[in-house]
Design a protein around this ligand. Structure first.
Ligand SMILES: *Cc1c(COP(=O)(O)O)cnc(C)c1O
Length: 376
């Protein structure tokens, strides 16, 4: 055992408490706690400006936003998706009675491989649900072309992609809808929260109805909607957090650069490469523990955890390996070889805005030392 202070894989962006108090005072004065109050309205406006999008609908969490996004487009039948993601991606399909069809991922980005999508399309296919994994943009052009050719909808699970941009603007403008998560572990958080990026005011209005039980006015209910509304305290926290987000993103970028510099020489350990023409958010720092590293991934995982360095294996197990997915024909491991290799090798190292350089150094020293011990 070690007495070293635990280093979590992530830690929430928490501005000074005294900065939050005035927001709470305003909520107490207004006595409006939810149902689209002034904080909710202000956060929607502020996020549209910050993210460079036109319409956004806030949610109580990202999973309800995914479920509602599918419901709003009346998606049924089969949806093509990735096994290499957090389990909520698949669950949102099952909650809508949709059959997930897993397609393997690209070996460089670990995002849905567009070259493999067409072979998975059947007459029942209605949509594609890709994930911008670790915030790396999907091949949005290729996915868009396939969707056009086969008349499919595209709903991006963009839970990792807050503030990510490509050469032409926000990555969130692609597809029919994009869904964000503002969970405490994400780059931008509202304790719990989420959002749907909508292409136009009409779509947003339908989604706003669906997140409020289907109410369009006091007496009219137009759909079996859900309660997915974000409350005023969460929205206020989002407003405060936006004031600190640029500093947090800068710090993440610096940690990412330090890891890359320190880990560059280690045989058998590979950092994920990232397209250079993209504005990244450095939400995660995944490394691949290859066969030529002296320790297996799980040995390294346990060694680091014994040192109180709380690394995580995102994404192991694959969604397709969980019992409610295993039985689908597309979940067969020989259909998903790249995803299985990624899940076997990946280790996410700690990265968050309050992580000091000295801690990054300690982690890198351990990774280097273990590489040398066995090699010697
Ligand atoms: C976090 C996450 C979700 C779920 O978001 P919640 O806000 O926790 O409900 C969905 N998909 C992916 C890829 C995620 O990482």
């Amino acid at each position: 055992m070690t007495t070293k202070k635990p280093i979590p894989v992530t830690s929430p962006l928490l501005p000074p408490l005294e900065e939050f108090v005035p927001y709470l005072e305003r909520i107490w004065e207004s006595r409006i706690l939810t149902n689209g109050g002034s904080m909710h309205q202000a956060l929607e406006k502020a996020l549209c400006a910050y993210l460079g999008v036109e319409h956004i609908a806030l949610f109580a969490n990202g999973t309800l936003a995914l479920v509602t996004a599918l419901l709003s487009l009346r998606i049924t039948g089969e949806v093509i998706t990735t096994p290499y993601s957090f389990v909520a991606t698949g669950h949102s399909l099952l909650w809508n009675g949709i059959k997930p069809v897993f397609v393997d991922v690209d070996p460089v980005t670990f995002n849905l491989d567009p070259a493999r999508i067409e072979a998975a399309i059947t007459p029942q296919t209605t949509a594609i649900m890709p994930v911008h994994c670790y915030g790396t943009p999907c091949d949005v052009d290729a996915i868009g072309r396939i969707a056009d050719n086969y008349n499919l909808r595209v709903i991006y699970d963009a839970a990792h992609a807050f503030a990510v941009g490509d050469t032409r603007g926000s990555v969130l403008r692609h597809g029919d809808l994009s869904v964000l998560s503002f969970h405490a572990t994400k780059v931008f958080n509202t304790f719990e929260g989420g959002a749907i990026i909508c292409p136009d005011a009409r779509t947003k209005q339908r989604i706003d109805h669906l997140k409020n039980f289907g109410f369009v006015n006091e007496t009219t209910v137009v759909a079996p909607g859900i309660n997915g509304k974000m409350n005023e305290v969460s929205a206020a926290f989002g407003l405060l957090q936006l004031k600190h987000i640029d500093r947090a993103l800068e710090r993440r970028a610096a940690i990412d650069a330090l890891y890359r510099q320190r880990l560059a020489g280690i045989a058998g350990m590979k950092c994920l490469s990232r397209p250079s023409d993209v504005r990244h958010n450095h939400a995660y720092f995944p490394v691949l523990v290859g066969d030529d590293y002296p320790l297996q991934r799980d040995e390294l995982y346990h060694l680091l955890r014994a040192e109180n360095i709380l690394v995580r294996r995102y994404f192991y197990p694959l969604i397709s390996e969980f019992p409610m997915y295993r039985g689908f024909p597309s979940a067969a491991p020989d259909n998903l070889p790249v995803a299985h290799t990624a899940a076997r090798q990946v280790l996410c190292l700690p990265i968050h805005p309050d992580l000091p350089d000295a801690e990054v150094d300690r982690i890198c020293d351990l990774l280097t030392a273990h590489a040398r011990v066995r090699a010697a």
